[in-house]
Design a protein around this ligand. Structure first.
Ligand code: ASP
Length: 336
């Protein structure tokens, strides 16, 4: 009976996938951005590439969590994999600015002490999440931006590349079509409940296609794109950043849990599918997006109001040791 009580219950609530609460040894959730490939059924090869990449990211996380590696190192390893994968809008493969260059944002936050680090508008850091962690760990600041952040990362011995490194065949297609209305989704994020019961969240992105004038999105803004508090949850967001900043989405979910005692699935679903959807009703493109989150029990929530969200989760049950893993692109999750 216990086996059945503990078994995963994945509930489709609108487009929000919610995994029921239970005590878990560790848990990890990832996203590769809101939005989806057009007609996944008609693009099975492309869908397979995404499923496989999401699955590989979860396996990287599992291998580290299973041997007791702490949340921040797990988040960085997983996000590094996604940053290096040109399928996603982060690191190599990042979307480009109006000028056809690349300006990257990233943040990481630890729930055990609320320490956080972020970089915004970096142009030469191969893996921006590592620079965010260096800001958190080796400075008295939370966010560094622009050339100062690039210089800081170089001084920290992080891998530095030419701005052209971030070009992928797909981003070049978009550069060619700069005058067309097109955009790329694929920000990446990872949230973890580690073996020690600590929560960590990390997010990395190239931002929004055709962004101008040093625009900074929500990903590196603590509370808007990334947040972690051991008392509530760890969250990484993806979507139309300006709306996530206005609604302080990540902090808002955490605050509803803390002050209203709402469970994570309820709080996150409300912010994504009610609060942000108000914008979407007025303007189809506004307020669009989703988030991944995990709470201190290992409950996972992956709500989105966009047509899809590249996402996945994995957890290990405490008592019976079973491991559950699923990935998704559109509304359904699949075992890969
Ligand atoms: N939230 C990111 C930004 O606004 C973009 C995305 O997640 O697709 O920069």
């Amino acid at each position: 009976m216990k086996r059945f009580r503990n078994i995963l219950v994945a509930v489709l609530l609108g487009t929000a996938t919610i995994v029921s609460a239970q005590t878990r040894e560790f848990a990890i959730a990832i996203h590769g951005g809101a939005g989806t490939i057009e007609n996944p059924e008609k693009n099975p090869e492309r869908a397979r590439l995404y499923y496989a990449a999401l699955d590989s990211a979860l396996v990287i996380g599992y291998d580290l969590l299973a041997v007791g590696v702490e949340g921040p190192q797990v988040v960085m390893a997983v996000v590094n994999y996604l940053e290096d994968n040109p399928l996603f809008n982060a690191g190599k493969g990042a979307t480009c600015t109006f000028d056809g260059t690349f300006e990257l944002d990233a943040a990481i936050m630890e729930g055990k002490d609320l320490t956080a680090g972020a970089v915004a508008g970096v142009k030469t850091v191969k893996n921006p999440i590592n620079a965010a962690y260096a800001v958190k760990t080796n400075t008295e600041h939370v966010m560094l931006s622009g050339p100062g952040a690039d210089d800081f990362a170089a001084g920290q011995g992080l891998e530095i590349v030419e701005n052209s490194y971030f070009i992928s065949p797909r981003t070049m297609e978009w550069v060619e079509k700069l005058k067309l209305e097109s955009k790329k989704n694929g920000t990446v994020g990872c949230v973890v409940l580690d073996f020690y019961g600590n929560l960590t969240a990390g997010t990395s992105t190239g931002g929004m296609f055709k962004k101008k004038w040093g625009r900074i999105g929500n990903a590196p803004v603590i509370g808007a794109g990334t947040y972690a508090d051991n008392e509530t949850c760890a969250i990484s967001c993806t979507g139309h950043g300006e709306y996530f900043i206005r609604h302080a989405v990540a902090f808002n979910v955490s605050a509803r849990m803390k002050y209203l005692n709402e469970p994570l699935p309820v709080a996150s679903d409300y912010i994504i599918n009610t609060i942000l959807n108000i914008n979407t009703i007025l303007n189809a493109d506004a307020g669009n997006g989703g988030l991944i989150a995990v709470d201190k029990e290992g409950t996972i929530a992956l709500p989105f109001n966009s047509t899809g969200m590249y996402r996945g989760y994995l957890y290990k049950e405490k008592e019976i040791g079973a491991v559950v893993k699923e990935v998704g692109i559109g509304p359904e999750m699949v075992t890969w």
